[in-house]
Design a protein around this ligand. Structure first.
Ligand SMILES: [Zn+2]
Length: 283
């Protein structure tokens, strides 16, 4: 059966240039009092791991209001990866790893999509129309990229460059969470390990997570990493030849502190074991 490359949300989309004179060349998306687009911690950490969270936040810049969505929609996975940042923070702390996370919602601009693809600024999330993303002017589209997407990826790029210059190894981990019910169908896997062309490290993480026999850990399901549906792993992992893995955890397992701690411990242990095995074979 062919695997879906649908990444849950943003199936259709793309802003349409148009707009009016009020949205002129000086259009600024973020106010001076709003938080930066990038969250970072542990830059000096000793670990080989760098953990990134593309969909860490559901924050919407004030200028965009609620994007025309009712509040419950802004709480859902169409806005962010529920629990992913909480898990990633714990994993990074346990491993002494650097963490870089996006501080604004993927409804503003999806930081795991090439800005050139139509779903970069989604006009539909799952099956919900996103009125605030329809008929955007060129300036509005450019501002979302310039103020949200670009600083995030420039930050990751600079961190990886710095580590390379310092002769440090890097293993890139992209932490996500996925919805438990997608278009009415319940997902039965607890978590998933995803990859594209390079399975070397992801395969080891999968083996380690599957050691707990009572868990269903999917192998490149319910979707996989691709150039069309992803940005972070292809651009920062594959293009640099860095070992990498994308991890999805079902969001309903991450709703409270206990669940987040349990999964962080599990992921950290699996990453550590996979790292040992990887170094063993590549040394
Ligand atoms: Zn995600």
């Amino acid at each position: 059966m062919p695997k879906s490359i649908d990444r849950d949300v943003n199936a259709i989309g793309g802003g349409v240039a148009g707009g009016d004179a009020a949205r002129g060349a000086d259009y600024q998306l973020l106010g001076a009092d709003e938080p930066p687009a990038v969250l970072e911690s542990g830059r000096q950490g000793q670990s080989n791991f760098v953990i990134v969270v593309d969909h860490a936040s559901r924050r919407i810049p004030a200028r965009l209001g609620d994007l025309g969505l009712p509040d419950p929609e802004l709480q859902r996975h169409i806005a962010w990866d529920i629990g992913a940042l909480a898990v990633a923070r714990r994993v990074a702390a346990e491993l002494d790893a650097a963490l870089v996370a996006q501080n604004y919602s993927r409804l503003v601009i999806d930081c795991n999509r090439d800005p050139g693809v139509a779903s970069s600024i989604p006009t539909i999330g799952e099956s919900i129309a996103i009125p605030g993303n329809v008929a955007l002017s060129e300036q509005e589209i450019v501002a979302r990229r310039r103020e949200i997407f670009d600083p995030y990826h420039a930050h990751i790029r600079a961190l990886l460059d710095q580590r390379l210059a310092a002769n440090r190894r890097t293993i890139l981990v992209a932490q996500h969470s996925m919805t438990n019910i997608f278009r009415g169908v319940r997902r039965d896997m607890h978590a998933a390990v995803l990859y594209n062309r390079d399975r070397r490290f992801a395969g080891l993480v999968l083996d380690m997570l599957r050691r707990e026999g009572n868990l269903h850990i999917a192998d490149n399901e319910p979707y996989f990493v691709s150039d069309a549906t992803d940005y972070t792993i292809p651009r920062h992992g594959e293009a640099r030849g860095l070992p990498h893995v994308e991890i999805e955890i079902r969001q309903d397992l991450l709703l409270d502190d206990a669940g987040q701690s349990e999964w962080a411990g599990r992921i950290a242990a699996a990453l550590r074991s996979a790292e040992r095995a990887f170094m063993g074979v590549s040394a």
